[in-house]
Design a protein around this ligand. Structure first.
Ligand SMILES: Nc1nc2c(c(=O)[nH]1)N[C@H]1C(S)=C(S)[C@@H](COP(=O)(O)O)O[C@H]1N2
Ligand SMILES: [Mo]
Length: 440
């Protein structure tokens, strides 16, 4: 799925001109995608109630409306195919369950707009959620089991706002060879929105964590694809020491708005720096256990990597897989967009860098296939758990084809590899991002 080209791009037929593309606010430009649908009508599309409106707009009823994946707008109503309500310019990877990633140039903002936050669903999201009656149960090995409404969370605990990175453990899977099964994420299963909520730690302390607790177990209100009400699509957890990290939030707002329905409304966990799968959406329960949690997608080889280096394609014994904890050091070039042509030889390249729960110490840029490197200006993170933005003025010496490469190094000296560190399930790909630019 590609974005609707601007008039200028169409005229130039082929590679868009770099500075044409960025001369206006990309968010405003994108509004054109939905130009034919009045905003107030788009709101209701996620719910069954939206069907009548959609039908009216299509000028026909929708005989197979029951099969329509929740969150999708009929192609006829969108100017590009498969557009998701409230999400602009995302690339759809799968519609059941819904999975969509963000092209890197649309991740340019320091704080990812809600409409650009990727979606990774393992099951079918709940519909018609009511934030007034939603409850979160804290139980298991606690002194005082609790059932809290969102209003309780707001009144009983300190409310904090933090910019936090969520990255899917499988981000970059598309580049594995031999290929790994699963969503073929390229670069865009990552985002850094601003989340408002209460600290998981504060809530767990109020419940009284017993000394035998080893792991948390998270549950959400989404349904298993099979429709079996007994089954959860995903239920993961973190070691209790990690759960006490003050940067982990039980969030009820995303960028100062209610959380997007596909990003877990009305309540979700945000565990920055660890695989996105730890950040349970549509959160209903946190259960404290005296063993490593064994819920769906916690066992077998899900979200696990071999505990020793393996050759591409090598078979790995099940017992050699270990649970992924922190996400590795990584960076993204968000400007320029790959595949652009420009007459300008001086470009200010920019992007973001992050590394699990560590700080980034440097980002280096190369325009000569890694022969020489130049230090980018690196901003401090707004808070722990946020990514750090960087920029670098580069000169492309003459007409021709260039690749801009970015390489981040974190506070522990870990930096991004050139070649993929292959693993059977295609997790943790943190190879350098390469962007193609043609100078005319
Ligand atoms: N309840 C529930 N929580 C979930 C998931 C899910 O399918 N169901 N997917 C997880 C995975 S694998 C990721 S990467 C993140 C993605 O968050 P996002 O969809 O808001 O970007 O949510 C996590 N939380
Ligand atoms: Mo994920």
């Amino acid at each position: 799925m590609t974005e609707k080209p601007s008039k200028k791009q169409t005229k130039n037929s082929g590679i868009p001109k770099l500075f044409d593309l960025y001369s206006s606010d990309p968010a405003a430009a994108d509004l054109k995608i939905f130009g034919r649908i009045p905003d107030q009508n788009r709101r209701g599309f996620l719910k069954g109630a939206g069907l009548a409106t959609m039908g009216a707009m299509l000028g026909a009823s929708i005989p197979f409306s029951k099969n329509m994946p929740s969150g999708l707008i009929p192609v006829a109503l969108a100017e590009t195919g498969g557009v998701i309500e409230g999400k602009d310019g995302l690339t759809l990877l799968n519609d059941r369950p819904l999975n969509a990633e963000t092209p890197p140039h649309l991740l340019d903002d320091a704080i990812t707009p809600v409409n650009r936050h990727f979606i990774r669903n393992n099951g079918i999201p709940p519909e018609d959620v009511d934030p007034e009656t939603w409850t979160l149960t804290i139980d298991g090995l606690v002194d005082k089991p609790m059932k809290l409404t969102i209003a309780d969370l707001k009144s009983k605990f300190e409310v904090v706002t933090k910019a936090l990175v969520i990255e899917c453990g499988g981000n970059g899977r598309a580049y594995f060879n031999p290929p790994a099964k699963g969503n073929q994420w390229t670069l865009g299963a990552v985002a850094c929105s601003q989340w408002t909520g209460v600290r998981l730690k504060d809530v767990l302390e109020a419940a009284g964590v017993q000394s035998s607790v080893v792991y948390t177990a998270h549950e959400g209100a989404d349904a298993h694809l099979s429709g079996d009400p007994e089954k959860l699509p995903i239920s993961r957890g973190v070691p209790i020491a990690k759960a006490m990290d003050p940067n982990i939030l039980i969030a009820f707002e995303q960028n100062g708005e209610p959380i997007h329905p596909m990003n877990g409304a009305p309540l979700r966990l945000v565990v920055p720096g660890w695989p996105g799968s730890c950040s349970q959406k549509w959160l209903t329960r946190i259960w404290l256990r005296d063993q490593v949690h064994d819920g769906p997608k916690m066992t077998g080889t899900a979200y696990r990597v071999p505990n020793h280096p393996v050759a591409p394609g090598e078979k790995v014994d099940k017992k050699d897989f270990e649970i992924i904890e922190r996400m590795p050091v990584k960076s993204l070039i968000t400007f320029p967009q790959s595949g652009v042509e420009t007459a300008n030889r001086n470009i200010t390249v920019r992007g973001h860098a992050w590394s699990g729960d560590r700080d980034i110490s440097s980002v280096k840029i190369s325009v000569d296939f890694g022969t020489t490197w130049q230090e980018a200006n690196l901003e401090k993170a707004t808070n722990t758990g946020a990514w750090q933005s960087w920029s670098a003025a580069v000169t492309l010496p003459e007409k021709g084809y260039y690749e801009i490469w970015a390489k981040a190094t974190d506070s522990e000296g870990e930096s991004q590899p050139h070649a993929i560190d292959w693993n059977p399930k295609g997790y943790l790909n943190n190879t350098m991002h390469r962007v193609a630019v043609r100078v005319s």
